[in-house]
Design a protein around this ligand. Structure first.
Ligand SMILES: [Zn+2]
Ligand SMILES: [Zn+2]
Length: 338
């Protein structure tokens, strides 16, 4: 039996409290990570408040955790004690279904979200995951800001990787927050022409600094139509309803609108916008272990790091309120201080 100190919520909208979690024996295929830093994602807020009906309490959130390996199970492969690693939205998958054996473990029907099903996340002294989901951090990456790459980063990187986005393509990014600012950096480094869409005047200059060649301020018709027929890919990182029919008009023929923000309401999509111009609408969940490793290598090579603000982990409640108020520029990282 191992006691792990963790910041946990006892129910929806409850403040997090420091508790001791009995984590039991380390499984043969499990890795235990001594958490040094953990990013906060909007999904942590959604899970803490049980907005998706998936939460079980006490809930230890945190799925952008980085640190060093403290212990490994007897069947762990390719990792060693002391190694710098990170864990993102998923912590385990079945390893024998078709998505798993074809390398798309993030599409496994039994994939385990790090902070669901009673599994404890990274707002803790230590956390555990199946070895395949524990991703080594390249030496060149600064560990204090690397955490958000593991969820926000891979979520916006995977579409570039899997949708055959070319350097000659023009990519639009809707919403310049935790995901969107990384999407601008990745799309720019990928070689694309990049357009940012934001309603926040204060983010225009920063969006340019992140790699946007053009910034469109506002989602009204006159603003959006500045990019009419311009984009090959429009990446939606916001989690609120917008005028989707209008946004589809920014796509070139064969263009795609790709959703990675959890928009709660159904999205009305007019068939005529899909038919003329042969456009499509799609979505994707975070990324596979292979995509995570590829994304980290790409980030290291291009010196891509999330722009973060740090809070000590004991101030996690304050940090969550800061995120909920929309103040984070652009991702909060908690520094473990147990
Ligand atoms: Zn996340
Ligand atoms: Zn599977």
């Amino acid at each position: 039996m191992t006691q792990i100190q963790a910041w946990a919520a006892s129910g929806p909208t409850q403040k997090l409290e420091l508790i001791a979690v009995d984590s039991g024996e380390l499984g043969a295929e499990e890795v235990e990570i001594i958490v040094e830093y953990c990013g906060i994602c909007h999904s942590d807020l959604s899970m803490l408040n049980n907005e998706w009906g998936l939460s079980s309490y006490p809930l230890v959130a945190g799925h952008e955790a980085v640190g060093h390996i403290g212990a490994i199970g007897s069947a762990v492969k390719g990792l060693h004690i002391g190694q710098r690693v990170g864990v993102g939205w998923h912590s385990a998958s079945c390893m024998h279904c078709q998505p798993c054996i074809s390398g798309q473990h993030n599409l496994c029907s039994q994939v385990l979200p790090t902070i669901a099903g009673g599994h404890h996340g990274g707002f803790a002294e230590k956390m555990r995951a199946h070895w395949l989901w524990v991703i080594p951090l390249p030496e060149q990456l600064d560990i204090s800001s690397a955490g958000p790459l593991l969820c926000a980063g891979v979520t916006v990187f995977t579409p570039l990787l899997n949708l055959n986005i070319k350097p000659t393509d023009h990519v639009g990014v809707v919403g310049i927050g935790g995901l969107g600012h990384l999407a601008l950096k990745f799309a720019h480094a990928w070689g694309c022409e990049v357009t940012a869409f934001t309603t926040s005047a204060s983010k225009i200059e920063e969006a340019q600094g992140f790699g946007a060649h053009h910034v469109i301020s506002g989602y009204d018709s006159a603003s959006v139509m500045q990019a009419a027929n311009a984009l090959d890919l429009l990446l939606i990182t916001v989690n609120r309803p917008l005028d989707w029919a209008l946004l589809l008009k920014t796509l070139k023929a064969n263009g795609r609108m790709h959703v990675v923000g959890v928009v709660p309401e159904p999205m009305p999509i007019p068939a005529i916008e899909l038919i003329f111009g042969q456009k499509s609408v799609s979505g994707s969940p975070t990324g596979s272990p292979s995509a995570l490793a590829t994304m980290l290598e790409f980030a290291a090579r291009h010196r891509i790091a999330p722009q973060v603000e740090h809070f000590p982990m004991h101030r996690v409640n304050e940090a969550l309120a800061y995120l909920a108020a929309g103040k984070a520029r652009y991702r909060i990282v908690l520094d473990a201080d147990f």
